[in-house]
Design a protein around this ligand. Structure first.
Ligand code: ATP
Length: 301
């Protein structure tokens, strides 16, 4: 009898509400539908559709929007081998042929396991951060070494070879999709491309809730703090910048208690208990943390 493979694919103890990623529900649903849903069906059924699993997923968009976060969470959610996370430039080696070998090595475990176990093999995830720094358009480097070109060719060869392997997913991340070699963006390679944009107001509210969860749970946030108001005031902030805002507000709150400016650095128990982050601390933080994208995305279109 054919059985669903949900337990084999998704960790049974995984809860979607614990993802800790804000404002990306739509993107996550799309990623799941394109890259994972088919893996829950028995392989024989998917074969009848005449399709193969997606083996490359590209997450692109401005810095600090949660691309790495979502890639790691996907890794945690799946009953997969611990994802291999590689920062693009790490792959490059000054020794002839070593960079290509580094790429081949990334795929080795998955290939060996697939040979031994076939469809029973667990999913192997390779996460490539800063994809654009290594897999630039071939011929565009201008350093005359051709090292970058060989690396692109090697990744292409590996991803094409993955055809017969159903147990690999490569997740690439970049701020500059326009710089990546076109051949890597074709069907069969990084074929599912999901843009991770700056969060809208509802997304910012979710991210603020995530980033202030600890201080709220521990009763360390002022009653005057209204996260909805802060969501409205943080237009063009990325998730990472919202995290920075919460840190900055905390530092204002801490400094109010310690008050380095007035030479008060000895804390008594009452001082320690009184620590809480108020609306004013957040407003102070807003004058300190400036979003990198000062103009709205609409303005840029
Ligand atoms: P880069 O392109 O610079 O590598 P990125 O898009 O991969 O950036 P992350 O590294 O995922 O960004 O984000 C940095 C940190 O910002 C995260 O570890 C998290 O704390 C916070 N953050 C960013 N986006 C979100 C989000 N959508 N929800 C919750 N936290 C977020």
């Amino acid at each position: 009898r054919l059985k669903p493979r949900s337990d084999a694919v998704i960790r049974p103890d995984f809860k979607f509400e614990d993802m800790g990623v804000g404002g990306l529900d739509k993107e996550f649903t799309q990623i799941f539908r394109r890259a994972f849903a088919s893996r829950i069906f028995p392989p024989q059924v998917i074969a009848k559709l005449g399709i193969s699993h997606v083996k490359g997923l590209l997450l692109y968009g401005p810095p600090g929007t949660g691309k790495t976060l979502i890639a790691r969470k996907i890794g945690n959610m799946l009953n997969a081998k611990e994802p291999k996370i590689v920062n693009g430039p790490e792959i490059l080696s000054k020794y002839v042929g070593s960079s290509e070998e580094n790429i081949r090595n990334l795929f080795k475990d998955a290939e060996q396991e697939y040979k031994a176990k076939g469809e029973e093999s667990s999913l192997h995830i390779i996460i490539f951060d800063e994809l654009d720094s290594v897999f630039k358009q071939r011929g565009s480097r201008g350093d005359g070494t051709g090292v970058g070109d060989n690396v692109v060719n090697q990744l292409l060869a590996k991803m094409d070879g993955v055809d017969q392997l159903n147990n690999i997913l490569v997740i690439g991340m970049t701020n500059r999709r326009d710089l990546i070699d076109n051949a890597l963006l074709r069907p069969g390679r990084f074929e599912v491309q999901v843009e991770i944009k700056l969060p809208d107001e509802a997304g910012r509210l979710q991210i603020l809730e995530i980033q202030t969860k600890k201080m709220r749970d521990n009763g360390m946030i002022g009653k005057d703090v209204n996260l909805k108001e802060l969501a409205a005031l943080t237009k063009n902030f990325s998730g990472a910048e919202i995290e920075g805002l919460v840190k900055s507000a905390s530092s204002f709150a801490i400094n109010k208690t310690v008050n380095i400016g007035q030479g008060k650095t000895n804390l008594n128990a009452k001082d320690i208990e009184s620590l809480h982050v108020s609306r004013q601390d957040f407003l102070n933080a807003l004058s300190e943390v400036v979003p990198a994208f000062g103009v709205s995305e609409e303005d840029l279109k």
